[in-house]
Design a protein around this ligand. Structure first.
Ligand code: NAP
Length: 259
């Protein structure tokens, strides 16, 4: 079977809704053991139960571990509890991210700037550092970071967030170079505008949405499930020669002149 993830264990941060949840479900469908995670324990439990009910016959199992990726000790717990349950981590998806500020770069409070850099960059770096040693030992491992097309473009209103997303692209390039010799592959996904709560303010704004749709050759915004298949490809044997790359899944927005 192509895209077979049976026998693999994946951690997906921020996997109780939106893109992370779609990735966790897609992994479960391909037979992986999946660790569902976000800040809210009750939601983690509900999504884990759902995945186990819907994908019981695909070979894997889901467990839930609440984790706020902002805190190193919570990331350590995420990793150690996963190892306790499944023995190892084959696939890490750094999906959770924050954007607490919308406005001019001249006015962003230091606290918001620091939060964006810490959660969107440093936490991914921490988590990668926690799982890469065991991947090195096994000479096998997959890192996937969910970045954004915002990391490819300048922005007048979410500049700090876009800096962090560009850094995520560099993070996977660095990891790909440093650990490629150990058969560890690191790639990023850069979604365009996707219909999730995170981007609700954008796609619910009729003017912004119309502009986004007009810029996209496919003339629409995306759904979380349209990101998940790429994560499956990156995680599976079929993606074994792909590393250090950022792939945009954006309805063509970034290749279009808007005409
Ligand atoms: P979403 O639907 O709002 O889901 C975010 C998930 O992350 C939730 O499960 C949330 O659960 C969790 N989360 C938030 N903060 C967290 C934290 N500090 N620690 C752990 N979990 C946390 O968002 P999404 O649109 O799917 O976004 C996922 C990724 O896609 C992000 O990296 C985002 O930058 C990227 N992205 C999104 C779009 C878009 O248009 N939607 C475009 C480009 C890139 P809790 O609230 O329970 O913690």
């Amino acid at each position: 079977m192509m895209f077979d993830l049976r026998g693999k264990t994946a951690i997906v941060t921020g996997s109780t809704k939106g893109i992370g949840k779609a990735i966790a479900e897609a992994f479960a469908k391909q037979g992986a053991n999946v660790v569902v995670s976000s800040r809210k324990a009750d939601v983690v439990e509900a999504v884990t139960k759902d995945i186990n009910e819907n994908h019981a016959d695909h070979g894997g199992k889901a467990i839930g571990i609440p984790c706020n990726i902002a805190y190193k000790e919570e990331l350590e717990k995420l990793v150690s509890e996963t190892r306790k349950a499944f023995g190892q981590i084959d696939i890490l998806v750094g999906n959770a991210a924050v954007n607490p500020y919308y406005g001019s770069s001249l006015d962003i409070p230091d606290s918001a700037f620091d939060k964006i850099m810490n959660v969107n960059i440093k936490s991914n770096h921490w988590l990668c550092s926690m799982v890469i040693p065991e991947m090195k030992e096994r000479r096998d491992g997959v890192i996937i970071i969910v970045s954004s097309i915002g990391g490819h473009r300048g922005s007048t209103v979410i500049g700090g967030y876009c800096i962090s997303k560009a850094a995520d692209m560099q993070l996977v390039r660095n990891l790909a170079c440093e650990f490629g010799g150990h058969n560890i592959r690191a790639n990023a996904i850069a979604p365009g505008l996707i219909k999730t709560d995170f981007a609700r303010a954008l796609w619910e704004d009729p003017k912004f949405r119309a502009k986004s749709e007009a810029q996209a050759p496919l003339n629409r915004i995306g759904e979380p499930e349209e990101i998940a298949g790429l994560a499956v490809y990156m995680a599976s044997k079929e993606g074994s020669f792909l590393t250090g790359q950022t792939i945009s899944v954006d309805g063509g927005v970034t290749i279009s002149g808007g005409g």
